[in-house]
Design a protein around this ligand. Structure first.
Ligand SMILES: [Zn+2]
Ligand SMILES: [Zn+2]
Length: 250
């Protein structure tokens, strides 16, 4: 099965091993006494991360004494008209949710990543705008990073969402240049860092389409908004986004 590539065999092996052994928690890998995907501790932590309120427009956290204005937006995203109409965010970037995302990206734990994408799909199904979406567009990484990681995590998430929503995956974006990691940069520096980083692959006609960007973690939104701007430049009409997590601090 060499021609099927590393990811496939890795994935298949881990699935077979998972079937043969007693079930383990997809979050902390502890042994489970009954058939389940998450242990009670991890599930409790995930439920807290999922339950934290956020602005439906920019996914930034909403404190207990904050309220949304009549346009259903927080005060932060009222002034500059940002290019994403609404964001479906699964949870906050901490605890088990961040562990699962890191394990997907850096340890190629596809099994847990797919389970968490299934939960994002459930949340996406509740969004009133889901019916408008014509395609899912994963936010790409540069090919050099893809080569290093040997896995395209946003594509894995998008494929999983596609399975549930029956929407096509449209990998219309590509990274034009390899950008230094955004970690540790200020919001302004992030925007500069990511500017013009994306381009459209020629074969995708996007004129008038409504698309949903798919990404793992959103911090300031610089990457997500730049990707949305690129799609809109190419003629896309409306952009929504589905993300696994929003980081609450820089
Ligand atoms: Zn666990
Ligand atoms: Zn907002």
């Amino acid at each position: 099965v060499k021609w099927l590539g590393n990811n496939f065999t890795h994935n298949l092996t881990s699935r077979l091993v998972a079937l043969a052994l007693p079930p383990r928690c997809a979050g902390c890998n502890s042994l489970l006494t009954e058939p389940a995907r998450w242990c009670p501790d991890c599930w409790r932590e995930l439920a807290i991360a999922f339950g934290k309120p956020c602005c439906p427009s920019c996914a930034s956290p909403i404190g207990p004494f904050q309220s949304l204005n009549p346009k259903n937006r927080c005060n932060r995203c009222l002034k500059p008209p940002h290019p994403v109409s609404a964001i479906c965010r699964l949870g906050t970037y901490d605890g088990v949710l961040s562990d699962v995302i890191c394990n997907l990206k850096y340890n190629r734990n596809i099994y847990s990543g797919e389970l968490i994408a299934d939960l994002l799909a459930e949340k996406l199904a509740d969004q009133g705008w889901l019916g408008e979406i014509e395609g899912l567009c994963p936010v790409p990484m540069h090919w050099t990073r893809h080569l290093l990681r040997r896995l395209d995590h946003t594509r894995i998430i998008a494929d999983r969402l596609s399975r549930h929503t029956h929407l096509p995956v449209l990998p219309a974006l590509r990274r034009r240049r390899s950008t230094p990691p955004q970690v540790g940069l200020s919001a302004l520096a992030r925007r500069e860092n990511i500017k013009d980083a994306f381009a459209i692959k020629k074969r995708w006609p996007l004129e008038g389409t409504t698309l949903c960007l798919v990404d793992d973690v959103m911090t300031t939104g610089a990457t997500l908004f730049e990707a949305a701007r690129t799609l809109k430049h190419a003629g896309a009409k409306t952009i929504y986004a589905a993300i696994l997590a929003r980081a609450e601090k820089l």
